[in-house]
Design a protein around this ligand. Structure first.
Ligand SMILES: [Zn+2]
Length: 88
C-alpha cells in the first residue's frame, strides 16, 4: 500500500504500464483487477479518513510499499471515473 502524493511519484510506473499495457477490469468504483505477469492483481484506490489517497495492490512490489505499474494502470482509469462522477 502506498499513499498517493502526486503524479511525479507515478512516472516510472506509468511508463512501465504504457510499455506492458496490462488489462484493467473495472470491479466497482475504486476497485479494479489488473493483469500482471502471474495473473490478475486487485488494486483498490480509496481516500482515507484523514484525506490521504491510498492505493493498494496485491502484488509483491506493492507489499513493500513500491508504486507498481498495476496501480498506475488502475489509477489512470480511476482518475477518469472520478472526474466523470464529479461532472455528473
Ligand atoms: Zn501491483
Amino acid at each position: 500500500m502506498f499513499i498517493l502524493k502526486g503524479i511525479e511519484q507515478l512516472e516510472n510506473a506509468i511508463a512501465k504500464a504504457k510499455k506492458l499495457r496490462p488489462r484493467v477490469e473495472f470491479g466497482s468504483f475504486g476497485h479494479y483487477r489488473v493483469s500482471g505477469s502471474k495473473g490478475y492483481y486487485t488494486v483498490i484506490c480509496k481516500k482515507s479518513d484523514n484525506g490521504y489517497k491510498t492505493v493498494e495492490c496485491t502484488c509483491k512490489g506493492a507489499e513493500k510499499g513500491l508504486v507498481c505499474y498495476h496501480a498506475a494502470a488502475a489509477l489512470s482509469l480511476h482518475v477518469g471515473l472520478a472526474r466523470q462522477q464529479q461532472a455528473a
